[in-house]
Write a protein that binds this ligand. Structure first.
Ligand SMILES: [Zn+2]
Length: 312
């Protein structure tokens, strides 16, 4: 993080004000809508469910440029389970049992400004809900920041899938991936994107060869960030976008993170390009549910794990 933005952020925090409202959002560059993907053929028994593990309290002003300080937002952290007959995939790992220790690896400004609350770790929820950890095919990281890998500490034997670029990021010594390094990468596996263009993204990986789970590279927030498109048998279409945006307005407007918190993006210009691409993808897939990793309002639209109403 550049020192000047850190100092600016601290100054703004100390003054108790948001500088977000002072900067006008950039003019939205509209990309043409991409071609819709070929129809998916998800198996009838496939389900998607959400496992929130905890949250922090913040505001729209911290989440996207133009957001208001009095627009309070809950930033959820957790995992999304895709239960496919060919294998159970968990997207991200949320807060783990050792959250208090793990939070000490977060950016200092975050440690000063938010207080994460642990409700129930993902691993506990899975086991209580009859999903043994040994039954998971893999944990797929949208990216390797601390609040996405904390729960890996509770699932040390489960394979973790990351892109080659994210593995390089973890190994690079960058502070943003310190917890991932500390927890160890022995179970990590890297993957490529052998399949063709998908919704405006040049490359993809159709994990089950049925169009139900399609991963695409989305570098910007981190070098190896991904977006996961998940298509369910009841006709729902999700885009799990990690932290490319923290709240859905980031894609809907589109709008970058505000200057105050933009330091979390390794490459802000590339992140904006991804937001514009996702904004265009929404026009190609009517009803596409964009799921930022921390937008509690969107997570509430996903069936809760263990509720008995997981979407088929
Ligand atoms: Zn992140």
């Amino acid at each position: 993080m550049p020192f000047h933005s850190f100092a600016l952020s601290l100054a703004a925090l100390a003054a108790g004000v948001s500088i977000a409202a002072c900067s006008a959002p950039p003019a939205a560059a509209e990309l043409p809508a991409p071609s819709p993907p070929a129809a998916a053929h998800p198996p009838a028994t496939m389900t998607v469910s959400a496992l929130p593990s905890g949250s922090t309290q913040s505001s729209a002003a911290m989440a996207y440029e133009g957001g208001r300080g009095d627009d309070k937002r809950t930033f959820v952290a957790g995992a999304i389970l895709v239960d496919h007959p060919k294998g159970r995939l968990l997207f991200d790992a949320g807060y783990g049992r050792d959250l208090v220790q793990h939070f000490k690896t977060a950016p200092k400004i975050m440690q000063m400004s938010v207080k994460p609350q642990l409700d129930r770790p993902v691993a506990e929820q899975l086991e209580a809900g009859g999903v043994p950890l040994s039954s998971l095919k893999a944990i797929v990281l949208t990216h390797a920041h601390w609040d996405h890998v904390s729960g890996l500490g509770d699932m040390p034997a489960t394979p973790v899938w990351v892109t080659r670029a994210e593995m390089d990021f973890i190994k690079s010594g960058d502070d943003g991936a310190r917890l991932a390094r500390d927890l160890g990468t022995r179970t990590y596996r890297t993957y490529d994107f052998p399949d063709g263009a998908y919704l405006g993204f040049a490359r993809s990986w159709d994990v089950f060869d049925d169009g139900s789970v399609v991963l695409v590279p989305a570098p910007g927030h981190t070098p190896g960030s991904i977006v996961a498109f998940v298509n369910t048998p009841d006709g729902r279409h999700y885009a799990l976008i990690g932290d490319t945006a923290w709240q859905v307005e980031g894609v809907d407007l589109p709008a970058q993170k505000p200057m105050l918190t933009r330091f979390v993006d390794e490459d802000p210009a590339a992140t904006l390009a991804m937001l514009q691409r996702l904004h265009a993808a929404k026009r190609a897939v009517p009803g596409l549910i964009v799921v930022p990793a921390h937008d509690a309002r969107v997570w509430a639209k996903i069936p809760r794990f263990g509720s008995g109403s997981a979407a088929k």
